[in-house]
Ligand binder design. Structure first.
Ligand SMILES: Nc1ncnc2c1ncn2[C@@H]1O[C@H](COP(=O)(O)OS(=O)(=O)O)[C@@H](OP(=O)(O)O)[C@H]1O
Ligand SMILES: Nc1ncnc2c1ncn2[C@@H]1O[C@H](COP(=O)(O)OP(=O)(O)O)[C@@H](O)[C@H]1O
Length: 201
């Protein structure tokens, strides 16, 4: 596929952009069941980072599937391609010197590992948004679990499509046990402790 295509190095490097921004750049990869709280926590962390003057952007499942990935459905093959493309986009954000927060179910461990391998060692932070299926189903913010139980939606994660739990994520947040604010603080504390952002946790 890529015959006759040569990688073109940019004049301004990732390091130049990081220096100008005054901070590191990385991927905060939120993964978890539908309704576990990926979007809610990612957006709240994004707001906090914004207030701290950190360049960041949220890539959200529903939004990406309206545009870039609107040709993809929810078969295992399409989910893998969904995550691969998002991984490539996330890599571009890291290269641009920004934090990128992604909120996708990303149910397959192998797909998440592929994204990890696209960026450098300290640039991928996997955040497992842990919440029991029963609680996600109770929340059902979009009414999708109800539809899945009624058979109106097929291949729904947690119902008739698998979710592979992260084995050793950088961070786990348990949204059925802790408030949104507590979950956000845990992410920010992690970033401070690892010197991704300045300040004491
Ligand atoms: N079959 C099926 N399974 C799971 N989810 C479904 C399905 N059909 C539609 N939706 C809605 O799509 C959102 C998940 O999209 P993602 O791109 O995050 O999925 S994946 O990572 O490719 O598995 C998911 O959004 P979140 O609730 O934000 O996770 C659902 O709203
Ligand atoms: N600690 C928490 N963290 C995140 N969301 C929570 C928490 N407690 C309750 N919720 C609620 O759970 C729902 C999660 O929905 P959403 O963020 O869209 O999940 P996802 O993006 O994983 O599908 C929201 O209605 C949110 O207000």
């Amino acid at each position: 596929m890529s015959t006759n295509i040569v990688w073109h190095h940019t004049t301004i490097t990732k390091e130049d952009r990081r220096k100008r921004n005054g901070h590191h750049s990385c991927v905060l990869w939120f993964t978890g069941l539908s309704g576990s709280g990926k979007s809610t926590v990612a957006n709240a962390v994004s707001k906090k980072l914004f207030e701290l003057g950190i360049q960041n952007y949220v890539l959200d499942g529903d939004n990406i599937r309206h545009g870039l990935n609107k040709d993809l459905g929810f078969s295992a093959k399409d989910r893998t391609e969904n995550i691969r493309r998002i991984g490539e986009v996330a890599k571009l954000f890291v290269d641009s010197g920004q934090f990128v927060l992604t909120a996708f179910i990303s149910p397959f461990a192998q797909d998440r590992e592929l994204v990890r391998s696209l960026v450098e060692n300290n640039e991928f932070i996997e955040i497992y948004v842990k919440c029991p299926l029963e609680e996600c189903e109770k929340r059902d913010p979009k009414g999708l679990y109800k539809k899945a139980r009624n058979g109106e939606i097929r291949d729904f994660t947690g119902i008739d499509s698998p979710y592979e739990e992260p084995v050793s994520p950088e961070l786990t947040i348990e949204t059925h046990l802790h408030s949104i604010e507590e979950c956000v603080n845990k992410v920010i504390a992690y970033l401070r402790d690892r010197h991704f952002i300045k300040g004491e946790s």
